[in-house]
Structure formats: C-alpha cells, structure tokens
Design a protein. Structure first.
Length: 147
C-alpha cells in the first residue's frame, strides 16, 4: 500500500503466507516421473492433525487420476510426507491413515486397477529444513514414486 503527499511517499509491505498458484498437470507429472522416478505433488491439503483430504485438493487429485488413467502401465507408490511437528509416531499414523482415503477422493470415473499403492513415511524424507514454516510447508507433500 502506498500513501503520501507531494513531499513524501510511504510504502507499506505486509507479510503473507506463501501462496502456491501453480497447478501441476498430468503431463508435468509424467515427464518428471520419466526423468527422475518421482514427482512431488503440492496441492493436496489436510487440516492440521487430520488425515481427511480437503475438497480444495480436487484439482491435484484430478491431475493424478488423469495421469494414471492415461498411462495404465505406470505403477507408482503414492507416498504421504509430513513435517516433523509433533512426534514421529503420531505423524507416521497420520501419513498411514491417508491410505484408505485415496479411493474415496478419486473422481468416479477413475479406476486405478490396483497398480498404485498409497504409503505413509511421516517425516523420514524431508526436502527442506523443518526449522522454518516455509521448510515445513515444503515437507508436507504427496509424492508419486515409480515402482
């Protein structure tokens, strides 16, 4: 916000949460899995301390479903990661509790045919430091890992 007069101007900057606007597409996922063997999906949301997938996760889930439907031979682990806030045992339980939820969140037309399996690993594979909120946010992710 900028305020002022003919003699001076003051710019005020407010800090806000990091926003992630980019939506990964099925094509991006396929390309990265082909190149590196995995793809980190950001855009699957959970409330703190809950394993229920939030409705605003639908775009990311739709792209995952599109990927698996378009590439029936692709066999992946769907791996849930947490940050290290709380105990390891609690986070492991949270990441494992997500597994039965995948089948209820896929679009009705999606049939994975058993080729994909959901697993949880809690905070065992961080991609950033857990000492900052930004790092913890990067560590809370779902990853598609080629089997």
């Amino acid at each position: 916000m900028t305020t002022g007069s003919d003699r001076y101007w003051v710019d005020t900057v407010k800090e806000a949460e990091m926003a992630q606007d980019m939506q990964a597409t099925a094509e991006m996922m396929a390309n990265d899995i082909s190149a590196t063997g995995h793809f980190a999906v950001y855009g699957i949301y959970f409330d703190t301390d809950k394993s229920e997938i939030k409705p605003e996760s639908e775009p990311a889930l739709d792209e995952m479903a599109k990927l698996l439907k378009s590439k029936p031979a692709l066999n992946v682990f769907i791996v849930g990661h947490t940050d290290n806030t709380g105990t390891f045992e609690h986070n492991l339980k949270l990441s494992l509790d997500v597994q039965p939820r995948w089948s209820t969140r896929w679009p009705a037309s999606m049939d994975c045919g058993g080729a994909s399996q959901a697993l949880g690993v809690a905070s065992l594979a961080p991609v950033a430091s857990n000492t900052t909120e930004d790092g913890r946010a990067k560590n809370r992710r779902v990853e598609l890992v080629e089997r």
